[in-house]
Design a protein around this ligand. Structure first.
Ligand code: PLP
Length: 422
């Protein structure tokens, strides 16, 4: 945060280190080179074989820069479907009832033709067979792995096999798991992929930015990617962000960060386990191998949207999310719960079990409210304020949460309160 608020924010530096369109960048060059070096070190990459561009403003611009660099407009891509846990920028489109047509939601699906692959509706794991079959017909220019709500690891060897069988490039968007990959807590995509993109603000725990790793070989990805980032899509790099990323990448290489990543995984597993074994709830894919839990609420008869609102009311922040078998991203059947932030606040397995107990209480209360409100979200939300059970849970959640440290600010000095007055 010190870097983000530093004087680096004041300096324009279009171009790359030692090749800028502005003078006065001697220090900025040092910062950016340091960030590139640390990024390669964090993933154990040989600088002769891999390069990195650390200028993308965030994850979505990083992905679009890759497509701009390596694809032609209307080339075909295949990414994990959004309702299966993929990301918008992997080519999401939907069906518009109003217009009676396919509707591009992300610019990725405006400029490229996408055919999604999915997780298996029963197992919740990526359906490689479907991907292989469809890729054989569709012959995509690029296959994208990675997702936003996938609780399992990625079988890169299988993806590579399918990509090779169809002459496709293979890109991994490791935004969610990049901290776990750096610490060896999830498999590394670098042995198999041509390109790896990431955000820096999720499990990597840095400031908001993006990075693109590219193979250095005769295909010339380096100059194509660098030119796509600037001047094709971006202007001056945000060197204050780049300094923040460099700082975080130093931490990523420490033994303490390895312990943190291990704890993130243990905590997510403890939560999944509590919800599953104590209460019999359904976790998509039967559990988790990474930092998040995807809870399928469909067997409980409530939508992710309603449950998210009820959780907001007790000061628990989670995210409504599609779960395997959902048809539409608009009415998600579950919620996604991540462990990195609360692990940073020093919570361990028993604390996540306590969170599981709170979540169970909120679900029971929500089901009772729904009985009275009927199925409409608006009616359900209108009843939350006056519910005494939720109020009681909120008080206990706050007592529990405020007993843990909060990095970045002191809650006692907070000027603003939430609408709930806490
Ligand atoms: N890729 C994946 C897999 C993501 O989950 C996200 C963000 O949620 C992004 C890309 C986009 O990142 P940003 O929001 O920084 O543009």
């Amino acid at each position: 945060m010190e870097c983000l608020g530093s004087a680096l924010t004041n300096k324009y530096s279009e171009g790359l280190p030692h090749a800028r369109y502005y003078g006065g960048n001697e220090i900025v060059d040092q910062v950016e080179i340091m960030c590139q070096k640390r990024a390669l070190e964090a993933y154990g990459l040989d600088p002769e074989k891999w390069g990195v561009n650390v200028q993308p403003y965030s994850g979505s611009p990083a992905n679009f820069a890759v497509y701009t660099a390596l694809l032609r407009p209307h080339d075909r891509i295949m990414g994990l479907d959004l309702p299966s846990g993929g990301h918008l920028t992997h080519g999401f489109y939907t069906y518009s009832k109003k217009e009676g047509t396919r509707k591009a939601v992300s610019a990725t699906s405006v400029y490229f033709e996408s055919l999604p692959y999915r997780v298996h509706p029963e197992t919740g794991y990526v359906d490689h067979e479907q991907l292989a079959r469809d890729a054989g017909l569709f012959k995509p220019a690029m296959i994208i792995c990675g997702g936003s709500a996938y609780p399992r690891d990625w079988d890169y060897a299988k993806f590579r096999e399918i990509a090779d069988a169809n002459g496709s490039l293979l890109m991994m968007d490791m935004a969610h798991i990049s901290g776990l990959v750096a610490t060896g807590e999830q498999s590394s995509p670098f042995d198999y992929c041509d390109i790896v993109t990431t955000t820096t603000h999720k499990s990597l725990r840095g400031p908001r930015a993006g990075m693109i790793f590219f193979r250095k070989d005769e295909r010339g990805f380096e100059s194509r990617i660098n030119q796509a980032v600037f001047p094709a899509l971006q202007g001056g790099p945000h060197e204050h962000q780049i300094a923040g990323v460099a700082t975080q990448l130093k931490e990523v290489c420490t033994p303490e960060f390895k312990v943190y990543s291990q704890q993130v995984k243990k905590n997510a597993a403890a939560l999944a386990n509590r919800l599953q074994t104590k209460y019999g709830y359904k976790m998509a894919s039967g559990g988790t191998e990474n930092h998040l839990v995807l809870w399928d609420l469909k067997p409980n008869g409530i939508t992710g949207s309603k449950y998210e609102k009820a959780c907001d009311h007790v000061c628990i922040t989670l995210n409504k999310n599609c779960v395997p078998g959902d048809r539409s991203a608009v009415t998600p059947g579950g919620v996604r719960i991540g462990a990195p932030a609360l692990t940073t606040r020093k919570m361990c397995e028993e604390d996540f079990e306590q969170i599981g107990d709170f979540l169970h209480e909120v679900l029971e209360a929500s089901l009772k409210i729904q009985e009275k409100s009927g199925p409409k979200l608006k009616d359900f939300a209108a009843m939350l304020d006056s519910d005494e059970t939720l109020k009681d849970i909120r008080e206990r959640v706050n007592k529990f949460a405020t007993s843990f440290p909060m990095p970045g600010f002191d809650p006692k000095e907070m000027k603003y309160t939430s609408p709930n007055g806490v």
